[in-house]
Each structure stands twice: as C-alpha cells, then as structure tokens.
Design a protein around this ligand. Structure first.
Ligand code: NAD
Length: 398
C-alpha cells in the first residue's frame, strides 16, 4: 500500500465537488461550492454583489441566542470571509441589547419571534440560521423560507421525516437553499475519515465504531425533554455517530438495531433516554457499532479495514480533534469549523451551486433516528431501505 503522508495539502481541496444520490437517479455530481477561496462570478452572484460588481458578505441572522449561537456561531462569524452577522432574532430584550452593542447590529435588524416574518423586507439578511430547540426547527425554517431567505437549520433537522419534507418543500417553493448545520463536513480530520474510508485507502472497511457521549447538565431543559422538548442523546449527540459512520463508509445503512441504556437517574431521565447502543447495518455487511449518552463521556470515530485502521478521538468536538491510523498520526490542523461551514454555504449561494449538506441529508438522518427509536421500542431489526439515498461524496473528488 502507498505510504500515507498527512499534510494540509491532503484536505485543501476536500470541500470540492460532492455527489448526491437521489432515489431513482444515478450519482448526480454537484459542482464545488465549499471552498473558502472559491471566487463567485459576476453572473452567478448578480443579486449578491455590490453595484461595483465586487462580492459582498452575505448577511446572516441568527434565530435563537442560546449557548451555541453565543459561544460558537457569533464568534465564528467574526472569522468568516463570505458572510457576516447582520441580524438577530430573540425573545429576550436584554439579550437583544447586549448583542446589539457587542456586534454593532442595527436596531432595524433585530427581531423577536412575533416580528420575525418582517425579515422578508430586510435586504441586509440573506440567510436565516435557525439555532432553536429541535422541536422548533420546522416552524422557523418554513417561516424563513416564506420570507424569501436561504436557510441553515441546526441538527437534528427536525422531530420527524414529515417535518423535514415540509421544510425541504418550503425552501424549494421559495427557490431558496436549505442547509443543515453539519459543521464536521467542513472539518479536515472528518474529511480525512471520509477520504480514507470512501477511497478504501486501507482496503474495505469491515467495522466502524462511533461513540459520542456527554454528561448533560440542566442548562438546556429542552435537551432533557422538558418544556418544548425534542432532546435526548440520540438526537443531540447520536446524530454525529450516524453521520460519522455513513460518511466514513460512504454507504447508507439498510437496517438498524438499538437498545436503550439502563436508567441510573430516574429524575433526570424521566422524559428522555439516558443513552442508547445502536448498530447500523450497511449493504456490504459492514456494521457500525454506535453509542450515544447523556450520562457518560466518549467521543470517537474508528474504522477497521482489511489493511489497517484509522480513527479520530476526539472526533466531534469543536476543537482539539486528533487522528491516528495504523500507519501513524494524522498531522492535520484544527480549523474554525463553524466559520468554514458558514462560509461554504455562503459560497454556494454566491455561486448559485448546491450545498453538500442539503435538507435531504438532514432528512436521511432523522429517518434513521426514527428507525433507531422504533428498533429500541420493538427490540426488532428495522429496515431503513426507504431512507433518502443521499451522501456527501466530496472526498472522492480530492
Ligand atoms: P440553548 O438551550 O442554549 O438555546 C436555545 C435558544 O432558543 C435559547 O436562546 C432560548 O431562549 C431560545 N428559545 C426560544 N424559544 C424557546 C422555547 N420555547 N423554549 C426553549 N428555548 C427557546 O440550546 P443550544 O445549545 O444553543 O442549541 C440550539 C440548537 O443548536 C439545537 O438544535 C442544537 O441541537 C444545536 N446545536 C448544534 C451544535 C453543533 O455543533 N452543530 C452544537 C450545539 C447545539
């Protein structure tokens, strides 16, 4: 086998072309739109350029100013080159004041949940980024699409596949792009897992281990199933395991099995699962053994193949990711993931090209989550042959 040399060069072009497999279609190649350095053309970006023809930064409005917006997205938007923080939507006047002065947001670009739809009349806002509790994603994505805005929706896309389809339809009807906040598709260690796995650099993968767990505190009651709900570790952190296993293998599971972890804290976990072991069965017989928890810490993505192994630990964190293979350490730098993710989406809009993480990808994962819950409830192996057949194959183009 060719000796692997890990360097930044390996993944500089990873955000290139993607392939999406849609039902009834052969592989559909989508043009590159992910790279930070890609230049928009005057033709494709006519509605998003200044009168001088130079590219302007697209304006993003964050909807929901919780931990993720405050701790990750707003700071990332100070590092982006294709987009900027232009507006906010919050139900808390104190937060509005704080953000207004901290990020110099004009009063006219600040909305609450009642005035939100007026964002339709605001040319400063090109993209609405929905960062609300999971059970609120569908409503706000659909309202954003109706307001004529492109949309990024946080993971998991929604509570069920039906909501996902309504969100996809609303964006299609409005002729606007919908992307999921899947930051790891733009993260070089995870892109390397995609490349090594999908290109079968170490031969055919025969086993995957994907584990993500955290000890969940009370800071977001909805994560523990209270208030608006929509929480639980499978939806919150397990989706990274589903994602990681699929983009490493480059196939979509045809069945799942699942088993809930025993409940050790009956008060905290009265409304949600404490944790879940689940297995994804791929068409070629490969099994991904996955684990998600709100009461334990793990963070790993590992592939075992015919001629070696490769893994990340931590795999899904915002920073400090580390990779190893049976041939040595991956010498890969960490990057500002959210800045890369948002820049990539802005670039797609500027170039009028599809995102590599569309709503269909979010729907596929929500369908798999639904199957995992059904498998846990029934104790049966549940077929997932009908999930949306969509894959990010951008790694194959590098
Ligand atoms: P959070 O609880 O900290 O913030 C939620 C925000 O929604 C708060 O500002 C809250 O005021 C607001 N909100 C509005 N109406 C609400 C209601 N009726 N009930 C509860 N909150 C309401 O959550 P978060 O950690 O910021 O997560 C928000 C979204 O971002 C979730 O979908 C989560 O899965 C996602 N997320 C993604 C990542 C990632 O790495 N991609 C990381 C963290 C969170």
């Amino acid at each position: 086998m060719k000796q692997l040399t890990y360097s930044r060069r390996h993944f500089m072009h990873q955000m290139g072309a993607a392939s999406v497999v849609l039902p009834g279609l052969s592989v559909l190649s989508l043009q590159s739109c992910g790279g930070k350095s890609d230049k928009a053309t005057a033709e494709s970006a006519s509605s998003t350029t200044t009168t001088e023809g130079s590219k302007r930064k697209l304006g993003i409005a964050l909807v929901g100013l919780g931990q993720y917006s405050e701790g990750q997205l707003a700071p990332a938007l100070e590092k982006t080159t294709n987009c900027r923080l232009a507006g906010i939507v919050t139900g808390t006047p104190d937060k509005a004041e704080k953000w207004k002065s901290k990020y110099s947001i004009p009063e006219k670009n600040i909305y609450d949940y009642k005035t939100f739809d007026k964002i339709a009349d605001n040319p400063d806002i090109d993209i609405v980024y929905v960062v609300l509790p999971n059970s609120m994603h569908a409503e706000y994505v659909i309202r954003a699409a109706k307001a004529g805005k492109h949309v990024i929706c946080e993971k998991p896309m929604a509570m069920n596949a039906e909501e996902c389809q309504q969100m996809i339809d609303a964006c299609k009807k409005a002729n606007r792009q919908l992307s999921i906040g899947y930051r790891l598709h733009f993260e070089p260690h995870n892109q390397e897992m995609m490349r090594l796995g999908q290109k079968e650099t170490f031969g055919k993968i025969n086993r995957i281990v994907a584990e993500n767990g955290q000890v969940q505190d009370e800071s977001s009651p909805w994560r523990l199933g209270r208030g608006v709900g929509g929480g639980g570790p499978v939806r919150d952190v397990g989706v990274y395991c589903i994602q990681g296993a699929i983009y490493t293998k480059g196939q979509i599971p045809i069945a799942v099995t699942a088993r809930k972890h025993p409940v050790t804290d009956t008060e905290k976990f009265s409304k949600i699962e404490e944790g879940m072991d689940f297995s994804l069965y791929f068409p070629d017989g490969t099994i991904a053994a996955c684990k998600a928890s709100f009461n334990d810490k793990y963070n790993k993505l590992r592939a075992e193949a015919a001629k070696g192994w490769f893994e990340l630990a931590p795999a899904y964190a915002y920073d400090g990711l580390e990779g190893r293979t049976s041939q040595g350490k991956m010498e890969i730098e960490n990057v500002p993931q959210q800045a890369h993710q948002m820049d990539a989406f802005a670039n797609c809009i500027l170039q009028n090209k599809p995102t590599t993480v569309p709503g269909e990808l979010g729907k596929r994962d929500v369908q798999l989550i639904e199957a995992i819950f059904e498998a846990a409830r029934t104790g049966q192996k549940v077929s997932t042959k009908d999930v949306v057949q969509v894959l990010d194959k951008s790694a194959l183009m590098s």
